[in-house]
Design a protein around this ligand. Structure first.
Ligand SMILES: *[C@@H]1O[C@H](CO)[C@@H](O)[C@H](O)[C@H]1NC(C)=O
Ligand SMILES: *[C@@H]1O[C@H](CO)[C@@H](O)[C@H](O)[C@H]1NC(C)=O
Ligand SMILES: *[C@@H]1O[C@H](CO)[C@@H](O)[C@H](O)[C@H]1NC(C)=O
Ligand SMILES: *[C@@H]1O[C@H](CO)[C@@H](O)[C@H](O)[C@H]1NC(C)=O
Ligand SMILES: CC(=O)N[C@H]1CO[C@H](CO)[C@@H](O)[C@@H]1O
Length: 544
């Protein structure tokens, strides 16, 4: 598989059908564990050792002994009938009356066991978590999805509701040979337990269930499906980045068109085209995106006023420079000087003619007009898509440029944060330095010289003998220095917003995989949950 750039990946779905489905299959009920020798079954007052098959079914009855069910005639009759089918011929001839069966010891044993199980040990909890991680998720198209109920019900006695005529019948153990697997041909098929096989492996993409079998009591088909809550969540996020990828495919056409529109006879079209250029080149917001209750005088591209820009035909050694200075979303100041194309500059001069500082720069444009136009250019296109597109593409380019294969993990993390910072700067995600900044910096700085000293001392005292220890300290020192650099560079930049909203997580995931960087180093717990659809999706492999 070739590496590609982020925008070149094509793996879309039409929503109703999946193209790719991979899962680990069901968790089968654990095999029957015969009772320990001291737990006895009594028939007609005498202990009697049962064959494994008969004993297993007897335990189902014993487990329900305190329940009203076991006093009901239908239940007892159905149970007795099915139980006899599991007995050896010797057992059949000996056991002829259910009322002479004594399950008390077995019942007591299970009660004690279930008490013990309530205090689940740490190991059991870990094991449960491991099983959830292994079997509880599947990959459907580009999503990691939570599976609803991936455990197959253990065998037992059928209860049914009310006075169900089949109550007490043996609900059989589901074996691999009973199970149909649905998954895509090109996925890793789930493996049946050693020495067994599935009934069938199908590849039907019109259904969303993964596993099915027919239960023996009613003959109904049972399914393992996705957890219904899981899909929608990641879907929206994923859709957003797919839209950004679509923009990449048509952005050249869009750019050609707005450049053409700079020459339009109609003022409204020229204004629209210049605004679009700002949105594309400066990742400006469209405007009027105020938080509810926000009264501050903040603007976006469409609501820029004359007072917010200054035009310089020449500035230093650059021509046609525009200086922006305004309060954007959340009252964050946007300040930027950018050389623009001559035609844009001339247009801006035209828009400014005969206007007062508080007049609108684009008097023939508003956010709804612009958004409508964007929709016509590309389905789903908004100003935000330009930001998402530019942020993601910049992240990949920066990661490729900044990461060097031979640097240490901490150095790579620093590179990652630098790439993330480049994006945050692009999106104007500034912040005031945190109040605790100086203090935490000082703490870090005091650690550094202390460690430095230690490294020197160790090196001097233990020359060859403790080389490993010296190396470790040197590494620690380097890490601290990198943390300090990172924090200093991060002083006025908020990384969280772009990470959470504009950067396709598949880029970051592919990057950590490529360089073996622990994912926790770039995403905290909340972020890992949000991006679960992208994490563990091993198939996308970008160039870094
Ligand atoms: C059943 O067996 C237990 C001992 O395991 C005994 O205490 C109890 O009396 C027996 N019940 C009957 C009805 O025989
Ligand atoms: C992203 O934004 C930057 C800064 O405005 C701009 O220079 C660059 O051309 C944009 N990149 C893409 C691919 O649109
Ligand atoms: C935007 O302009 C159009 C056309 O001038 C107008 O009909 C519409 O009401 C305006 N929308 C807003 C939100 O100002
Ligand atoms: C994760 O980071 C975000 C900032 O991006 C922060 O708001 C959130 O509280 C953090 N969550 C945890 C669990 O640390
Ligand atoms: C597991 C399974 O069989 N699921 C689907 C796969 O294909 C069959 C046959 O078309 C469908 O009926 C199932 O819904």
């Amino acid at each position: 598989n070739d590496n590609h750039a982020w925008w070149e990946e094509e793996r879309a779905t039409d929503g109703s059908k999946w193209r790719f489905l991979e899962h680990k299959g069901p968790v089968l009920a654990p095999p029957y564990e015969p009772l320990p020798g001291h737990v006895r079954f009594f028939y007609d007052g005498k202990p009697m050792k049962l064959s494994a098959a008969a004993e297993e079914v007897a335990t189902f009855f014993a487990k329900m002994l305190d329940h009203e069910y076991t006093t009901k005639d239908i239940f007892r009759k159905n149970f007795y009938k099915d139980w006899r089918k599991e007995m050896t011929s010797e057992e059949k001839s000996k056991i002829t009356d259910l009322t002479k069966c004594n399950f008390t010891e077995m019942s007591e044993y299970f009660k004690a066991q279930s008490e013990a199980r309530k205090q689940m040990s740490k190991e059991e909890k870990l094991e449960n978590e491991r099983i959830l991680q292994e079997y509880g998720f599947c990959v459907m198209d580009n999503h990691k999805e939570r599976i609803g109920n991936f455990r197959i019900e253990p065998p037992g006695l059928f209860r049914g509701r009310g006075d169900h005529p089949k109550m007490g019948m043996l609900k059989r153990r589901i074996r691999p040979e009973d199970i149909i697997i649905n998954c895509s041909k090109d996925s890793k098929h789930p493996k049946p337990p050693q020495g067994t096989r599935w009934k069938e492996v199908r590849h039907d993409n019109k259904v969303t269930w993964l596993v099915s079998w027919t239960e023996n009591i009613q003959g109904s088909i049972k399914y393992i499906m996705l957890n219904p809550s899981s899909r929608i969540k990641g879907e929206k996020d994923w859709q957003k980045y797919e839209t950004a990828r679509r923009l990449k495919k048509c952005v050249d056409r869009l750019r050609a068109q707005y450049r053409d529109d700079w020459k339009s006879k109609e003022m409204r079209i020229r204004q629209r085209a210049v605004a679009l250029y700002f949105i594309d080149k400066l990742a400006l917001r469209a405007g009027n995106e105020k938080e509810e209750g926000e009264t501050a005088d903040t603007v976006g591209c469409c609501s820029l006023r004359v007072e917010h820009i200054k035009l310089y035909p020449k500035m230093d050694d650059q021509e046609y420079v525009v200086e922006f200075d305004f309060l954007g979303k959340d009252s964050i100041r946007y300040y930027n000087k950018m050389p623009v194309e001559k035609r844009v500059f001339k247009n801006l001069q035209l828009f400014l003619e005969n206007k007062q500082p508080e007049d609108d720069l684009f008097d023939r444009l508003n956010t709804s007009i612009l958004n409508k136009h964007l929709q016509e250019l590309m389905d789903g296109l908004t100003a935000k898509v330009f930001r998402t597109y530019n942020a993601s593409i910049t992240l990949q380019q920066q990661l490729k440029e900044l990461t060097s294969p031979e640097e240490s993990i901490p150095a790579k993390i620093l590179s990652y944060n630098r790439a993330n910072r480049a994006v945050a700067i692009l999106c104007n995600h500034q912040r005031a330095p945190p109040k605790t900044f100086e203090k935490s910096m000082q703490n870090l700085q005091t650690k550094v010289p202390a460690n430095q000293l230690c490294v020197c001392l160790c090196a001097w005292m233990m020359v060859e003998v403790k080389r490993k220890a010296v190396q470790r300290l040197e590494e620690q020192l380097m890490n601290l220095q990198m943390q300090a650099t990172d924090r200093e560079e991060n002083k006025q930049i908020a990384l969280g917003t772009s990470k959470l909203n504009y950067l396709d997580p598949r880029i970051s995931v592919a990057w950590v995989k490529k360089w073996d960087v622990p994912i926790e180093k770039i995403y905290n717990k909340t972020q890992r949950e949000k991006f679960a659809w992208a994490i563990d999706m091993a198939e996308e492999d970008y160039e870094f």
